[in-house]
Design a protein around this ligand. Structure first.
Ligand SMILES: [Zn+2]
Length: 354
């Protein structure tokens, strides 16, 4: 079962306070859509594998690292996988260089979050489809929630049109992403149906373990501390799943800096909410978070990540699961909890090598 948008607004009386997450939903849009060409069998490019049998693999291009890693755990060794958005790069404003455009042109399938996150990738796919109608696109986010479940808030205001896109920080949506990926790969490459299905089953079992572990770990945080005030507004779908409340985000919708007045309001709010720690972001280092933490006399933790995987490629923790484990350590321990419930979870990828 997927949780809907159950959000608790903060009880601040000041209007227009930056930190208040104004959660609204909208019901005025038709259901989800998944653009893309008709469902044809895989007409894969001439992507040759390194082994002598030269089996043609589906050429799959993805956007942010967590999605790349989820797709990897489903497609494993039967797809050629290229992630476009480098680690540490702002995925919200990412622009493709010419070599990225070539990667999209050569792809059979492009998998993105959607929900307005990777607009530049989507534009290149649209252009490519004019000359290559076989290129397919799978928007995981758009196919996981309906518009009535969209979350709009300070950093992603409804008037700008695009909801908060960070679905994957709620592990249930990561499972949904894996299932959607499996369905698409099976549709395009049915020869490997069993392989994709078995990989997905194994991976979902790990994600269930992760989901349950996070649930338990959050319970170790004193109830009055289960509040998140972050610079980058990534936790809108995580919080309601795991019993936390996003009391605010600092980053304006243009990804700039808040005004002095907004900063002052945030400081007041932190004092009123009595939170022990506020959270910065590695991708968006900014002095303003330190300044707010100093003036509100709370700790600042700057290591939460929504799309940067920990470690280096090849490390077992360089995975979506590894990122979530790292996030939980960096989030829950400073809030007064522990991550013992997560200590037995192996972050390593689970796809089969055969
Ligand atoms: Zn983000």
């Amino acid at each position: 079962m997927f949780v809907g948008s159950i959000f608790i607004a903060t009880n601040l009386s000041v209007q227009n306070v930056i930190a208040r997450t104004n959660i609204t939903t909208r019901n005025d849009i038709a259901g989800t859509n998944q653009s893309g060409a008709a469902t044809t069998a895989a007409t894969s490019n001439n992507t040759l594998t390194s082994n002598a049998t030269s089996i043609e693999k589906l050429n799959v291009v993805t956007s942010v690292s967590p999605i790349t890693n989820i797709v990897k755990n489903v497609g494993g060794e039967k797809i050629t996988l290229t992630g476009l958005i480098p680690e540490g790069v702002n995925s919200h404003t990412f622009e493709l260089v010419p070599s990225d455009v070539v990667k999209v042109n050569d792809a059979d399938l492009v998998i993105i979050d959607g929900l307005g996150l990777e607009v530049n990738v989507k534009d290149v796919v649209d252009q490519t489809q004019n000359t290559n109608p076989d290129l397919q696109i799978l928007k995981l986010g758009d196919n996981s929630i309906t518009p009535d479940q969209y979350v709009f808030d300070f950093s992603f205001p409804e008037e700008a049109g695009d909801p908060n896109p960070h679905l994957w920080l709620n592990v249930l949506y990561a499972m949904k992403f894996a299932n959607l990926t499996r369905d698409k790969l099976v549709e395009m490459d049915s020869t490997n149906e069993d392989y994709y299905t078995e990989n997905t089953n194994r991976y979902i079992a790990k994600l269930e373990q992760l989901d349950e572990g996070i649930m338990k770990a959050v319970q170790t945080v004193p109830e009055e501390n289960r509040k998140l005030l972050t610079f980058h507004d990534s936790w809108a779908y995580f919080a309601p799943r795991y019993g936390m409340v996003v009391i605010g985000a600092i980053q304006p919708s243009d990804f700039g800096q808040p005004t002095p007045r907004e900063v002052a309001n945030l400081i007041d709010q932190i004092k009123a909410e009595n939170v022990p720690v506020i959270f910065g972001s590695e991708v968006f280092p900014t002095e303003v978070v330190d300044q707010i933490a100093n003036e509100a006399n709370v700790r600042m933790v700057g290591t939460l990540s929504d799309d940067d995987l920990p470690g280096d490629p090849g490390d077992s923790q360089n995975s979506y699961v590894g990122m979530m484990l790292e996030n939980m350590k960096n989030m829950l321990v400073p809030l007064g909890g522990n991550v013992i419930a997560l200590s037995n979870i192996d972050p390593a990828d689970t796809f089969s090598s055969g």
